[in-house]
Design a protein around this ligand. Structure first.
Ligand SMILES: C[S@@+](CC[C@H](N)C(=O)[O-])C[C@H]1O[C@@H](n2cnc3c(N)ncnc32)[C@H](O)[C@@H]1O
Length: 226
């Protein structure tokens, strides 16, 4: 089985189409990430962690056209898809890096966002990432991310996956697509319960933490540095 980087390298040109057929309420999930921002919040510099082909980046650009955006991903091939999508806009910067060993500068971002990427690293690395993000945010900076979570019991977790399959097939995924995602999930995904995320965001230094919404296993998290 290939590693995460190779998986996304190989999937890069097909990713945008496949993900829309796979994640239930994907548009709503991305939309919710911006719903709770104050109208006068005008971030100057934003980081998109695990940007993929740029589905969240696209929205960031629409909400904050004047911001400087760092789009970061492990896979060089999927970053290339983002480059093709957004061209050489002067406010876009592409970074190939791994969450596990990034070196973010202190207090350089107003907003850090991420959609369905953080579950690719194990819990100790998630906690390290939360500390890195806290360090890299300015005072009053926000960390908002959407991700898959684990149910508090196996019954809830497996029910979520069962319901997800029904929805993915309705969205147009084939059995082959589904099996591909599940093989990837078994090999590379580390889902953590909502409570784990909230607790570890607090431990990383964030005072205000919340779950903004949840549908099946997809949650939207909010953390403020103040
Ligand atoms: C499911 S895709 C999500 C992409 C995009 N945010 C979206 O909403 O469509 C997950 C992305 O996270 C990236 N990723 C996985 N593990 C990573 C890591 N350790 N460091 C940086 N990026 C990583 C993958 O390469 C992939 O592009």
């Amino acid at each position: 089985m290939e590693n995460v980087e190779d998986f996304y390298d190989q999937l890069s040109s097909k990713y945008s189409d496949l993900i829309k057929k796979c994640v239930p309420r994907y548009d709503e999930l991305l939309h919710t990430m911006f719903l709770y921002l104050e109208p006068d919040f005008k971030p100057l510099r934003i980081l998109d962690l695990g940007c993929g082909t740029g589905n969240l980046t696209q929205r960031i650009l629409e909400y904050f056209p004047d911001a400087q955006i760092d789009a970061l991903d492990l896979s060089e091939d999927i970053l290339e898809e983002s480059r093709k999508r957004f061209g050489n806009q002067s406010n876009m910067n592409y970074l190939q890096a791994d969450f596990k060993n990034m070196h973010l500068s202190e207090k350089c971002y107003d907003l850090v966002m991420s959609s369905i990427a953080i579950h690719h690293v194990q819990d100790p690395f998630k906690f390290k990432l939360y500390k890195d993000v806290f360090y890299a945010l300015k005072t009053d900076g926000l960390f908002i991310f959407a991700d898959q979570t684990r149910g508090i019991t196996d019954e809830i977790y497996f029910k979520n996956i069962e319901c997800w399959k029904v929805e993915a097939l309705k969205l147009g995924s084939t059995e082959e697509n589904w099996n591909m995602w599940m093989a990837h999930q078994d090999a590379h995904d580390y889902h953590s319960p909502v409570g784990w995320h909230l607790e570890n965001l607090k431990k990383a230094g964030f005072n205000e933490v919340d779950l903004l919404s949840k549908y099946l296993m997809w949650g939207v998290f909010w953390a403020k540095k103040n």
